[in-house]
Design a protein around this ligand. Structure first.
Ligand code: ATP
Length: 255
């Protein structure tokens, strides 16, 4: 299933947040959204997820969701959002219980996503026993359990230290390589964007408009740290963003 945004604009009362966003999110690709603080990245994700309705424009789901999809649009947040009193397995089974999937069928799905996220040995652990990186892997496993058409990822690695971020990026790449998923991935971090994005949408300062969409053709699994082409793309993205970020920063200071 693809997602198509057609001329999306959005305001909170007189406060204009997004202007004229037209964008395709093709199935099986990771689309990163970058842009200065407050430019409307999270708002765009909420609009795609149907948590809010756009002031104008249309958001279309084109084609059918994958087979056995329980929830076409599934979020992954920065703060993991795990229930502390439930084990890893219990946190994942919760989303299946919502769909009345229990017993052997639930066990099969949970075992599959635990294996895919390398969490099989931690199935009985409680969230408090896990590092931040492991908690985010549980959140990813929980999202995969509903076999979503599109994962909506709002700065999923921002709460983690830089080494854990690298490890999680490797995990996401191998997850995608084994079984491509579709994601809209909001980040401040341009290194993450060039490591994970098939395309990177650069938004202007608020009201967020699309400045440019940068494509990266290098296959995800071939993207190495220090790759000169990727470094050049990252520099180019920063050039696109620098003036916007500076202006956005000045605006925040003027509030
Ligand atoms: N429900 C709301 N009501 C009023 N204003 C809002 C609401 N949600 C967001 N905003 C404002 O809209 C603007 C865009 O917010 P949003 O969180 O989408 O930006 P962002 O690009 O994700 O920011 P950041 O990079 O800092 O996370 C901000 O100025 C924010 O304060």
């Amino acid at each position: 299933m693809d997602i198509r945004l057609e001329a999306i604009s959005h305001s909170y009362k007189e406060f204009e947040v997004l202007r004229d966003i037209t964008l395709d999110i093709p199935a099986g690709k990771i689309v990163c959204i970058v842009g200065p603080s407050g430019c409307g990245k999270s708002t765009l994700l909420r609009l795609i997820g149907g948590l809010e309705r756009p002031g104008s424009g249309r958001i279309l789901q084109v084609g059918a969701p994958p087979e056995n999809c329980l929830n076409p649009l599934t979020y992954i947040f920065q703060d993991f959002a795990l229930l502390p009193w439930r084990s890893v397995r219990g946190n994942i089974s919760l989303v299946l219980e919502d769909h009345r999937i229990r017993g052997a069928e639930a066990q099969r799905i949970i075992d599959d996503v635990l294996a895919r996220t390398k969490l099989t040995d931690f199935a009985a652990a409680l969230p408090k026993q896990l590092s931040g990186g492991m908690k985010q892997r549980v959140a990813i496993a929980r999202a995969l359990a509903v076999n979503p058409a599109v994962m909506l990822m709002d700065e999923p690695l921002s709460a983690l230290d830089s080494q854990t971020r690298e490890l999680l990026m490797d995990d996401l790449v191998s997850l995608w390589t084994r079984q491509p998923f579709t994601a809209v991935y909001v980040t401040h971090n341009l290194h993450e964007a060039v490591r994970l994005g098939h395309s990177i949408v650069v938004l202007s300062r608020r009201p967020g408009r699309i400045c440019e969409i940068v494509q990266i053709d290098t296959p995800l699994e071939a993207r190495q740290m220090g790759d000169p082409d990727l470094d050049m793309k990252q520099k180019y993205l920063w050039q696109l963003m620098r003036d916007e970020a500076r202006a956005a920063d000045a605006e925040l200071l003027n509030v």
